[in-house]
Design a protein around this ligand. Structure first.
Ligand code: AMP
Length: 216
């Protein structure tokens, strides 16, 4: 089953995608993680993307579509994925639909994690991720057990280069002007379910499983 988590930065997409991936045994594929990995490894795609990434701008569709579809073609993605951060534009959504349709699949559910922009800014200011595998933490709502260390793999926690106040404002503005259009795109196809992302992590998970008819 292919499930898209749609929400602004700070809505908890990554956290919920990790939880869902573990519960459903489906890989969590995050476009931001793919980009950070390419930038860290200094690949040619990483070099091209870095300038957009650091400013908080969208990376051009051609780069993103190629990178994401390449990942989706890997064997572990053959039975469905939890999509996080892609698509973010209508062109990306159309490219994804085409690629999935060519293998008899489609995005079955779009979960919109809805939260007030003020809550999002507050969350992003306190967000840290781990060096090794980008596990997300929030110093207030979801702190690590040992300060500065990932609970899961013990790697160092750091603040993302695009979590500066200016880049955060830019990214939220892009979400609410551009990516939000995907709600209409998938809404017209009857796929969207809205979840209140201002609840606790556990309650958001419960709400997602409810709208997916998967309470367990
Ligand atoms: P994220 O980790 O999802 O917040 O993404 C971090 C940054 O990566 C974004 O601010 C963009 O610069 C870039 N990015 C991630 N996914 C996409 C996408 N689907 N399209 C364009 N840019 C993206």
């Amino acid at each position: 089953m292919d499930i898209l988590l749609l929400g602004a930065q700070g809505s908890g997409k990554g956290t919920q995608a990790d939880i869902l991936a573990a519960k459903l045994g489906t890989p969590h594929v995050a476009s931001g993680d793919l980009l950070r990995d390419a930038i860290n490894r200094d690949t040619s795609t990483g070099k091209q993307a870095k300038v957009y990434y650091d400013r908080g701008d969208l990376v051009p569709d051609a780069i993103m579509v190629a990178m994401f579809l390449e990942r989706l073609a890997e064997p572990d993605c053959a039975n469905g994925v939890i999509l996080d951060g892609f698509p973010r534009t209508l062109a990306q959504a159309e490219a994804l639909d085409q690629a999935l349709a060519s293998v008899g699949r489609s995005v079955e559910r779009v979960i919109y994690l809805k939260a007030d922009p003020n809550v999002l800014v507050q969350r992003l200011a306190n967000r840290y991720i781990c060096r090794a595998r980008q596990h997300p933490y929030n110093l207030i709502t979801n702190p690590p057990k040992r300060p500065g260390i990932c609970d899961i793999d013990s790697s160092e926690l750091y603040q993302r280069s695009d979590d500066t106040e200016e880049a955060v404002r830019r990214r939220l503005a892009i979400f609410f002007s551009e990516t939000i259009k995907l709600l209409d795109y998938y809404g017209e196809r009857g796929k969207v379910r809205e979840v209140n992302a201002e609840q606790s992590i556990q309650d958001v998970t419960r709400s997602i499983l409810q709208v997916l008819d998967m309470q367990r």
